[in-house]
Ligand binder design. Structure first.
Ligand SMILES: Cc1ncc(COP(=O)(O)O)c(C=O)c1O
Length: 457
């Protein structure tokens, strides 16, 4: 059994509930607060999100039922297969067993629809007619455009300028699914206009696009905002990945020694890892590794602080590792990993010592992605390549140590819309991006004067 290339579940074996890690945290998380340091209540979030999702955001219930209409749509591509990467193992001559959960099989090509479908459903239930959002790589914008169309909502997407220019086909996909996508910063919002005044050639950032999307949502009728990562409910919707993976490993009588995911805002990493972290909290010996780019090293270089999720400081202050809300990462190709903050829940498990984090250089990640495509066939998204590069490091370590280690990686999405990055890599035009330490410090300083989170109780 453990020699299977692909471990599949029947639709009837799909998890019917999401896992909420808030129920199992050793220490409670600090709450989101306003600039005065006072905790934010559900009503404060009501102009931005529907109340049924706000209830999930603050819930500490361990299991939350997945509504039947959401399950029905998830079944279009779920359960996703768990693959054994035998050809990659052979190429690396490693005794490690490498497994990857293929989230690239969704219509939009990544894990993002797992939460987009759920968010569109809850908004529709609440009577909302239109959703706004930001997108980096374009994966989230595609996922939400598709989900809104399937649920009968309108969708407006603010796409980070650098990706808007680098990824023309993502825009077209959003259009196919009925989404209205514009480049951010744009001149349609106050937040966008003020950035363009300072820098007309601004390449944008997720933090700017979030400001624009929230401003649009709170100033338009029957409109709310949907976030593709970072928030508790988003991470919870993604836990279906890890819950399925655990069932799949059970089927073949295997349990991973190490679980790896790339981390931008933290949602796919949380999705694969939180069900395993639950086991770890309850005594299981498993390592969990979050991988980020050297050009945007939130978990590895950011202080733990209260910071805003967007540049115009429209969001509440979240307790998280952050490079500062004014941080504009160099234009690396993994657009989805260019976010200044890390999900509060992921930040919290890092603080608790339940996970490790590593920052990897861009070129090593592309090299790993090409090796993966040339052994396993599937072409990875640039974001996913970070998890692959870390997996290869772990497999090589296993070889040096002569250990038969079991590695589980989340393969968060395919790169068929990201070929410009591969072209730049093959043509020798890609460089490892040295972090501008001065700019980073300036951005970290932008958090000065904000409330400070308490130490772990
Ligand atoms: C394929 C893929 N993987 C990973 C990410 C990073 O996001 P997150 O950390 O929320 O999973 C993105 C974001 O756009 C993505 O498109």
């Amino acid at each position: 059994m453990s020699d299977q290339v692909k471990v599949v579940l029947q639709e009837s074996e799909m998890p019917r509930q999401w896992y909420n890690i808030a129920a199992d945290l050793p220490h409670p998380m600090p709450p989101p607060v306003g600039k005065d340091g006072k905790p934010i209540g559900p009503e404060d979030l009501a102009p931005v999100f529907p109340m049924n999702l706000i209830e999930q955001e603050v819930s500490t219930k361990r299991w939350i039922d997945i509504p039947e209409p959401v399950l029905e749509i998830l079944k279009l591509w779920r359960p996703s297969p768990l693959y054994r990467a035998k050809r990659l193992e052979q190429a690396l001559k490693t005794p490690a067993k490498i497994y990857y959960k293929n989230e690239g099989v969704s219509p939009a090509g990544s894990h993002k629809p797992n939460t987009a479908i759920a968010q569109a459903y809850y908004n529709k239930e609440f009577g909302i007619k239109r959703l706004t959002t930001e997108t980096g790589a374009g994966q989230w914008g595609c996922a939400l455009s598709m989900s809104c169309k399937l649920m009968g909502l309108e969708c407006k997407v603010y796409m980070v300028r650098i990706s808007f220019d680098q990824k023309p086909f993502r825009k077209m996909m959003m259009r196919v699914w009925g989404g209205d996508c514009i480049a951010s910063p744009s001149n349609t919002t106050n937040a966008g206009r003020s950035i363009l005044q300072q820098d007309p050639n601004c390449t944008g950032s997720l933090a700017i696009a979030i400001s624009e999307a929230i401003e649009d949502a709170v100033t338009s009728k029957d409109t709310r905002y949907a976030l593709g990562s970072v928030l508790n409910h988003v991470l919870m919707h993604q836990t279906i990945i890890g819950l399925e993976a655990k069932k799949q490993f059970e089927k073949i009588g295997v349990y991973p020694d190490v679980v790896i995911g790339c981390a931008g805002g933290g949602s796919n990493f949380a999705g694969i890892s939180f069900p395993f972290i639950c086991d770890k909290i309850h005594g299981k010996n498993v390592r969990i590794v979050a991988v980020e780019p050297e050009g945007c090293p939130t978990l590895t270089k950011g202080p733990f602080a209260y910071d805003s999720g967007d540049v115009a400081m429209m969001t509440p202050l979240l307790p998280m590792y952050s490079l500062g809300h004014t941080f504009i990462p160099e234009p690396i190709h993994a657009g989805g990993l260019r976010y200044h903050g890390m999900a509060p829940l992921v930040s919290h498990v890092q603080r608790e010592g339940l996970i490790e984090a590593a920052a990897l250089p861009q070129l090593e990640c592309y090299k790993a992605a090409v090796l993966f495509a040339q052994t396993e066939g599937f072409v990875p998204a640039p974001e996913t390549s970070h998890a692959i590069a870390m997996t290869i490091r772990e497999a090589e370590k296993a070889k040096q140590e002569g250990k038969e280690r079991v590695i589980c990686m989340n393969w968060s999405g395919h790169g068929l819309m990201d070929l410009a990055g591969y072209e730049a890599f093959f043509d020798g035009k890609l460089k490892d991006v040295a972090l501008d330490e001065k700019a980073l410090q300036k951005s970290i300083d932008s958090m000065k004067g904000l409330p400070v989170p308490p130490p772990l109780a």
